[in-house]
Each structure stands twice: as C-alpha cells, then as structure tokens.
Design a protein around this ligand. Structure first.
Ligand SMILES: [Zn+2]
Ligand SMILES: [Zn+2]
Length: 356
C-alpha cells in the first residue's frame, strides 16, 4: 500500500514521467511500452517501480530504475529532461492534471480512518449491468454490492438515446423494473435496489428521456458523453440540463478522460450554484480514468453548497471498488459527510428524492 521509500518519487510522479517521455516518441513499440509502464505505475497499490518493470522490454528497464531512484520530484523532472534529449521538451498534458494514482488514493484513505471511507458508504451509486454496456447481470451486481457492505444501491444503466444504441428503451426500462421489484421482494431487507437511469445531456442541454418514461424511473442521472468541443463554453448546456425537471444528479460533470481529453469548459461556480438551487446532486465519479470531479472543482462545489454522490461507475463487479477513488477525492476536497447522499441510509436518500 505504501511507497517503498520516502525519498523516492510518488507513484503518480513516476507515472507522469513515463507518460511525458512516451509523448516524445514516434508512434510505435517504444511509445506503447512507455505508456504501458506509466499505466502500471499509476494503477498499482504497491511500488511503482516494480509495477512499471513487470512487463517492460529490456531497453526500458534501466530507464525505469533510473527514474525510480531519483530523490524527490525536482530530480525526477531533471532526469526526464536529460532523457528527452533531442526529442523535445517533455510537458504535462492538461488531460492528466489532478488525477490520483491508486496508491495515493489508498494513502489518503489510510490516513483518515474516521472520514468518508468506501466501506462506510451505505448506498452503491451509479453502476451498469448487461442491460446496457455492463458485464454483469443485475442480480450478480446487486450481490456484489451487498458483499461490499452496501444496504442499498442505485443501478443506472444507459438509456437508449440518440447516440446510445445499446441502452434501455421504454420496454427495457419496464422489464428491468420487474426484476428490481422481484429482487426487492426477496432480498430487499439486505440490499434494496433503486432503479436509476443514466441519460444523455444533448448538445443543446436537452435531456433525451421523454417525460413519460422519466416518470417510471426513481433516480435520473444526467451526463455528457459526446460533443466536448474544447473551444466552446458549455455553461448554458449544463444549466439547461440541471434545470430539467426530474433530473436528480449530474454524473461525471466534466466528462474528462485521463490522457485523452480534459473535459468540458464551463463557468463551474454557476453550474454548481444551479445544482444547489435545483437540488441536483453533484457526482464524484471514481472510475480511475475519469476521477470527475477532481478535488479542486470538488472544493468549489462544496463552497456552492452542493449535495454529492460518490460513485464507482462500475461496468463489472470488480469495478465497484472504484468508489475508493471517489472517497479519496471527496476527502481531499473537504466534502462534509452529511452532504454525501450515499453515505447515509436509504430512508434519508428516499426522503431527499421525494422532497424535490
Ligand atoms: Zn457516463
Ligand atoms: Zn455510467
């Protein structure tokens, strides 16, 4: 769990060095090997050096060791610069800013034993099943939530919208509803399932679930998955989605993706105060490549008075543990316990839904 040596670069810094060096390589095997080593370093709970070395080709091993032996981040950066040689100036991409390495998230949780820990979350919020793009059945995912200690859970498969072909249509929603009801009749005392739906925020801020269908759903989670246009300020789009009646939460608000895209540009103080006004919960999505919101925007949302949900966005049972990243980000952002809807019991969440 802990870094192997206190003077050595943290896992995230070693990973970043490998990512930055990968970008100076032409597309090909060298670039891929550096990227793989970077991902291994950022995803391990152990020492980054061992993880990065595990599948590294022979030419890369001394380079990884040299970076991992640097004393402190200044020395690491200097080493990266030397290694870059004539390749250019290594730089950090915006799409890699403010992500926690897995070991870093574990350290935050270990150092705050009384805070928002994943094992204390009562509700497992935002996960997918085979009914849309998940890998597990509803029942298998529900059992996995229960094993992790949840007493309630909100399944949020994608709706079949303009762009999501594999999502649930109206009939699919009703069929899933029957299985949710039947689970609750048999196992509801141990784990109560709430049927949610993850719906698209369209380019104009409309939400692509017809009103009739929305009435069937207990918890609607709106999210942007397309049209990120980095040159456009997306505040109005988000404000319109937030003001749409029947929307309960804004999922992965920026839509960023590690190493790929920095996500939406918006005047976030306006977005978060609209969430507070319309009582739309703000999600901290713990999927490792999303980590959305990051802790800086999380702080802004705390100041704006928002309620939060901490989510795994699991697409398989093994992903449910990604709520640990969401907890670590929430702790770093200073999110108070009482503002986290899925830290509490089901009746408090049901009252919050009913009271809107
Ligand atoms: Zn999503
Ligand atoms: Zn999702």
């Amino acid at each position: 769990m802990r870094r192997s040596h206190p003077d050595r670069p943290p896992n995230g810094a070693l990973a970043e060095a490998l990512f930055a060096l990968s970008e100076l390589e032409a597309p090909g095997e060298r670039r891929v090997a550096l990227l793989k080593a970077g991902y291994a370093a950022i995803d391990t709970t152990g020492a980054a050096r061992q993880a990065a070395l595990r599948d590294a080709p022979p030419w890369l091993k001394p380079l990884v060791s040299q970076l991992a032996d640097c004393r402190g981040e200044g020395a690491l950066q200097a080493a990266v610069q030397r290694l870059a040689n004539a390749g250019g100036r290594p730089r950090r991409r915006g799409a890699r800013d403010r992500f926690l390495a897995r070991a870093e998230a574990a350290e935050i949780l270990a150092s705050r034993p009384d805070d928002l820990l994943p094992q204390r979350l009562r509700g497992a919020f935002h996960w997918h099943t085979r009914d849309s793009d998940g890998r597990g059945t509803l029942e298998a995912m529900a059992r996995a939530c229960e094993r992790r200690g949840a007493t309630w859970a909100v399944v949020t498969d994608h709706s079949k919208g303009l762009d999501v072909a594999s999502g649930l249509d109206r009939e699919g929603v009703l069929l899933q509803r029957k299985r949710v009801d039947s689970w609750n009749a048999r196992h509801g005392d141990d784990l109560h399932l709430v049927q949610g739906l993850e719906v698209e925020v369209l380019e104009d801020g409309g939400v692509d679930v017809p009103h009739g269908e929305r009435g069937e759903i207990e918890c609607v989670v709106a999210a942007v998955h397309r049209q990120f246009d980095p040159d456009r300020d997306q505040t109005e789009r988000l404000l319109r989605a937030i003001a749409t009646p029947g929307v309960h939460a804004l999922a992965h608000p920026r839509g960023r993706h590690f190493h790929q895209r920095p996500g939406l540009r918006a005047r976030w103080e306006l977005v978060f105060s609209a969430c507070t006004d319309h009582r739309v919960a703000v999600e901290i999505n713990g999927f490792p490549r999303r980590q959305d919101l990051d802790w800086e925007l999380g702080r802004l949302a705390v100041e704006a008075g928002c309620d939060f949900v901490l989510a795994s966005d699991a697409h398989a049972a093994s992903h449910l543990e990604f709520d640990a990243y969401a907890c670590a980000i929430a702790i770093k952002a200073g999110v108070p316990h009482e503002r986290v809807l899925n830290a509490g019991q089901l009746d408090a969440f049901a009252a919050w839904i009913a009271d809107r």
